[in-house]
Write a protein that binds this ligand. Structure first.
Ligand SMILES: C[S@@+](CC[C@H](N)C(=O)[O-])C[C@H]1O[C@@H](n2cnc3c(N)ncnc32)[C@H](O)[C@@H]1O
Length: 128
């Protein structure tokens, strides 16, 4: 079964902002084989109930951590239930000011999804 078919089964009831086009894009990017030996964590800022994070977690390799950041925890219980084999780092607080549980600065991420609302100033300037 493909990761997206698993995602459809596991996360059908989870509310979220993750349309079909975005799901296909995540699927292609996350599923693209990387160079041998290349790995990195998967980070999402702005998780809500964990719709996007669910698909990200299905692609996490055993040595990778799914790092999730939100001001409210509306996701950790069902993420743990639906993704029992994925290593999770749950960080509750504002991404602007928080100290991450998981030391993101000392590790590299291969996929970062910033979906907090409003966008942080540093990203707005970067995209400007
Ligand atoms: C558009 S929703 C995210 C949708 C989500 N990615 C999904 O899969 O459905 C925006 C989220 O950003 C969170 N948020 C807002 N300000 C934040 C901040 N300063 N730091 C971290 N998360 C924040 C909100 O609590 C909300 O859950």
């Amino acid at each position: 079964m493909s990761q997206r078919a698993k995602f459809d089964q596991l996360f059908a009831e989870v509310d979220g902002i993750f349309n079909r086009e975005a799901q296909v894009t995540f699927d292609v990017v996350l599923g693209t084989p990387m160079q041998r030996g290349t790995w990195g964590d998967l980070l999402e800022i702005g998780v809500y109930q964990g719709k996007c994070a669910g698909l990200m977690g299905l692609y996490a390799k055993p040595q990778e951590t799914l790092v999730l950041v939100d001001v409210v925890d509306r996701f950790s219980n069902h993420m743990k239930r639906c993704l029992p084999d994925t290593t999770l780092s749950v960080n509750i607080g504002s991404s602007s000011t928080m100290k991450f549980n998981h030391d993101v600065a000392d590790r590299s991420s291969r996929f970062i999804h910033v979906d907090r609302d409003p966008l942080p100033d540093w990203l707005r300037v970067g995209m400007g």
